[in-house]
Design a binder for this molecule. Structure first.
Ligand code: SF4
Length: 465
């Protein structure tokens, strides 16, 4: 999972992109980068490991990244070596038709095959990231127009992608035919903005820039699936290149990843999370003294659960805001240390009490096991858990870092034995039908739920298991 952002014909574009990336830091903390276009050419990108604050701490945007147009990326490694600098984005290349840079959110499911094809054909590949494939297939397309190059690349690639491509002409946004990953755009004066989530636009409200106040942001809209949007002048040119009858929006965006103040895939993230909590709360049978959330991603669901179940809600688990998201820390050890550093228990609330934790999901079980131990050590008499999603039993191939089934605790341990394995008194999950109810998608025309069902949403080229 990553975030992408772009600004076209906007004053201090790279600084604006920096602010948007910072607002979407919850989608990736491992790397960040921005490239801008100025005086008819692309300038060298600024990229680095770490968060936006860190990477751009000493950057003078006026001198390093000037211009009215820029794109950027925050990275959460789901493809390619996480320690390789070559995998950081934006990725740049030189084509016959001019310089190009690209940022990408999502995972390509046929990347291994396409890498092999290119190497067999003599291509020199500089990274292990799937994103580089776009550049190769664009350059080899024989087309001179950037939109046609992207279409040719898209025809070779399968999987999830929301991309922004920067050339000296402007920005080209492209989404995959199934719409796995969110992408939104807006007008900003005479220019345009793009972002993975609309929360990125909210932080720009009345932003003071070296060149004056940013124009008002209007006409916020979703970039639909199977679409290329070209912004190279005063108007956006929108081209639908494929429109399958179904969508496959990632259900996990609503459950965990997206910001609660965002609207993704046309629905408020907070409203979906409240429905998830309410549905599970209605059928709760556990007589707990209090319900608590695992902040921040389960706050809305836990509060709604408590109301529906008629149990008092208390903030018994608090979190440090100086650590990142534990799920997106690469490596089990880093995640375990992350959990301990991140969460603290309010002892007086739990001592001698039966505590019911509401969490968004259990993936590896790392967070749950640690939290249960911490609650018991703080004196909790009973620890129950309600999960507002079904058991995660299958890896994601479309951009979330759950690469192997053996890492998924619910796939390795029988449902009946899972509560004991995690140290819980009871464990309840949402059903798949209830998840679809909360997503308001009863016939499942719109959402991908493969990680809960093992049913693949689309034809996939040799998916690993
Ligand atoms: S498999 Fe799960 S995490 Fe991956 S895209 Fe589908 S719903 Fe999202």
């Amino acid at each position: 999972m990553c975030a992408i952002a772009g600004a076209f014909n906007v004053p201090n574009a790279s600084l604006v992109v920096r602010h948007m990336l910072f607002a979407m830091q919850h989608r990736g903390q491992d790397g960040a980068g921005i490239v801008s276009s100025h005086a008819g050419r692309l300038l060298p990108a600024v990229r680095g490991f770490g968060g936006v604050d860190h990477v751009f701490a000493d950057i003078d945007f006026d001198t390093r990244l000037p211009g009215l147009t820029a794109i950027g990326h925050v990275r959460y490694p789901t493809s390619g070596d996480p320690k390789s600098e070559a995998n950081l984005q934006p990725m740049e290349a030189r084509r016959r038709s001019g310089d190009v840079a690209i940022v990408h959110n999502g995972n390509l499911t046929n990347a291994r095959v396409r890498h092999h094809d290119l190497e067999e054909a003599g291509a020199i590949i500089r990274s292990t990231s799937d994103t580089e494939l776009f550049l190769h297939f664009m350059a080899r397309s024989g087309e001179s127009d950037t939109a046609n190059q992207l279409l040719a690349a898209g025809a070779k690639l399968e999987g999830a992608y929301a991309t922004l491509t920067l050339t000296q002409e402007g920005i080209f946004a492209m989404t995959d035919p199934w719409g796995f990953r969110p992408l939104v755009m807006a007008r900003c004066g005479d220019g345009y903005l793009f972002a993975s989530e609309p929360i990125a636009f909210d932080v720009l409200d009345e932003l003071e820039l070296p060149e004056g106040t940013l124009p008002s942001i209007t006409d916020v809209t979703t970039v639909p699936q199977g679409t290329i949007v070209r912004v190279t002048g005063g108007e956006a040119y929108v081209q639908t290149y494929m429109r399958p009858p179904l969508s496959r929006f990632c259900a996990f965006e609503h459950i965990y990843f997206a910001h609660p103040a965002s609207t993704v895939f046309g629905q408020s993230v907070n409203a979906v999370r409240e429905r998830l909590g309410k549905i599970l709360g209605w059928r709760n049978t556990v007589k707990a003294d209090l319900v608590t959330a695992v902040p921040d991603s389960s706050n809305a669901a836990a509060h709604a659960f408590a109301q529906a179940a008629g149990i008092p809600f208390r903030f018994a688990i608090t979190r440090s805001h100086y650590t990142g998201r534990t799920f997106i820390k690469p490596g089990q050890k880093a995640r375990q240390l992350g959990v301990r550093a991140k969460f603290q228990i309010v002892r007086e609330l739990v001592k001698g009490k039966s505590v019911l934790i509401v969490d968004d999901s259990i993936v590896r079980g790392t967070t749950t096991q640690k939290l249960v131990k911490m609650l018991r050590r703080a004196g909790a008499r009973e620890v129950h858990m309600a999960i507002v999603s079904p058991p995660v039993v299958h890896p994601c191939h479309w951009g979330i870092d759950t690469p192997e089934r053996k890492e998924l605790v619910a796939s390795q341990i029988e449902q009946g034995a899972l509560a004991a394995h995690l140290g819980l008194d009871t464990l309840t999950y949402l059903t798949h039908a209830e998840l679809l109810e909360a997503l308001e998608d009863p016939k499942q025309d719109r959402h991908c739920t493969t990680c809960f069902t093992r049913v693949k949403p689309i034809h996939c080229h040799k998916l690993p298991h």
